[in-house]
Design a protein around this ligand. Structure first.
Ligand code: ASP
Ligand code: MG
Length: 472
């Protein structure tokens, strides 16, 4: 079971979590718990890294007292046994002392390497895991907490986005955790971080606690992985955009990861890899409302396709770049050059399209990388006779229609673009993954919500999600 930051951000949330854990343990389940950092803590750590690099000692002092107080208060509210309480407070003091020391060293050196940044960012969960572990013990169960590395999660040293080394991880996780599980002791694992074979702390990418949970689930051949959140499940669209959005009852791994890549924030994009290999079921559930069944994510054998499109997502904070030339006859060469330059600069490309007349390539990058991308491209490609200009637009968004039912169904694209066109929305760029699980397109940012609603209506997503419901 993984509990997200929002689910454990208040004392009430922690007591919900411990009673969920207790109920499951009572039914003779072997339970393993993964936690995120308390709300906003990782964002604050990102921010304090910047301040520390500027040598700003005052902001470190402020930050540390805020973080200590936030955790201390939660510990006092959630742990009642005096001995457990003082042990947990002592642990907090020690861990926060260590964090403060590191921040001071960064401030002195005025330098932050990717490696030290990952180490600092891992502290959010290092502070929340002992709190959760103390609360679980306080509820009468046996528990012990681990960092991701201690639990056995082993990764490469690609800091900020480390890749798990699955064979090593599986072996170590089994070694570390199986004896505890059989002894009915509940391991509480700090999400988000791992450890390289050389013992260096790494992080799995923002939102990576989901990934921690599915990695551990796969390593231990779990029956299921439950991601407890503050929402009812994966939705047919963002309910802030579409008021008729519904919870999806069942969705396949492939569809859910497609949704995650295209902006549905309910689950980490890579989290479904390890569980889909082993066909381990994932459920997304609301820890505040146990009456809601949530969303089941499973293999396509289990999840029968209903309707062609299942969900519509929208990613904002992106920009579009077009590289144009009159006669890009050497297009293969220029394409290679463009994407080489971008990858060397560490710029992620979310979507690519090339017109068949070969006069240009367009692609989408995160908006905060747009200027850097344009600059490096201008420097390296302009002047080469085939590139005329590089243009960037920052007021766009990507809308994606996702669903396995689109595969091999003719006419889906026609319906997508007709629905959008009828609302007067201009489509700037189109791509369809060869998996045929999504059709994605770029529209002006101001029209993103209109496009999402148009597709939600066209494919009757509210109705299909409901039909799934009555079937359960
Ligand atoms: N605390 C990390 C983050 O905010 C990981 C997570 O919450 O899943 O990105
Ligand atoms: Mg989180």
């Amino acid at each position: 079971m993984k509990f997200g930051g929002a689910s454990i951000g208040k004392p009430r949330g922690i007591s919900n979590a411990t009673s969920i854990i207790r109920d499951s343990a009572k039914q003779d389940d072997q339970v393993l718990v993964v936690v995120s950092a308390l709300p906003k803590v990782t964002d604050d750590l990102v921010h304090i890294c910047e301040k520390a690099t500027e040598g700003n000692l005052d902001s470190i002092t402020d930050f540390m007292s805020r973080i200590r107080e936030q955790h201390r208060q939660m510990i006092r509210d959630c742990i009642h046994n005096p001995k457990l309480l003082s042990e947990t407070i002592a642990e907090l003091d020690q861990t926060s002392g260590e964090l403060e020391e590191i921040l001071h060293s960064v401030a002195k050196l005025m330098e932050l390497t990717p490696r030290s940044r990952d180490f600092i960012l891992s502290f959010g969960e290092k502070l929340s895991a002992p709190l959760m572990c103390g609360a679980v013990k306080d509820s009468g169960l046996k528990s012990r907490w681990f960092t991701g590395g201690e639990a056995g999660i082993t990764t490469d040293e690609n800091f900020g986005e480390a890749k798990p080394l699955m064979d090593l991880t599986t072996r170590r996780v089994k070694e570390q955790l199986e004896p505890l599980l059989s002894a009915k002791t509940i391991p509480v694992v700090a999400g988000y971080s791992g450890c390289s074979p050389h013992g260096t702390i790494t992080t799995l990418g923002r939102g990576g606690s989901d990934y921690t949970a599915t990695l551990l689930g796969a390593a231990l051949d779990a029956e299921e992985v439950v991601i407890w959140k503050e929402v009812d499940g994966l939705m047919t669209a963002d309910p802030k955009i579409e008021k008729n959005a519904r919870v999806l009852e069942k969705i396949s791994y492939a569809e859910a990861s497609e949704m995650a890549y295209f902006g549905a924030k309910a689950i980490h994009p890579k989290a479904l890899e390890p569980v889909s290999v082993k066909q381990i079921r994932v459920r997304i559930r609301n820890s505040n409302d146990l009456a809601v069944k949530g969303t089941i994510i499973a293999g396509e054998g289990v999840v029968r396709s209903q309707g062609v499109v299942k969900a519509v997502t929208c990613i904002d904070k992106v920009g579009m770049i077009s590289v144009a030339g009159a006669e890009i006859s050497g297009l293969a060469g220029i394409t290679a050059r463009v994407f080489n330059v971008l990858s060397e600069s560490g710029i992620n490309v979310l979507m690519i399209s090339q017109s068949s007349s070969e006069t240009g390539i367009s692609f989408v990058t995160p908006r905060d990388k747009l200027r850097q991308a344009t600059n490096v491209l201008e420097l390296t490609t302009l002047g080469a006779e085939y590139v005329k200009n590089v243009t960037a637009e920052d007021d766009v968004c990507v809308v994606a229609a996702v669903g396995a039912g689109m595969r091999g169904t003719p006419g889906v694209a026609a319906r997508v673009f007709k629905a959008v066109a009828e609302k007067g929305v201009n489509v700037r760029m189109i791509a369809q993954g060869s998996s045929e699980l999504n059709i994605s397109f770029v529209v002006p940012e101001k029209d993103g919500s209109t496009a999402v609603r148009a597709l939600h209506e066209e494919f009757e997503l509210a109705r299909f999600a409901q039909a799934n419901k009555s079937e359960m």
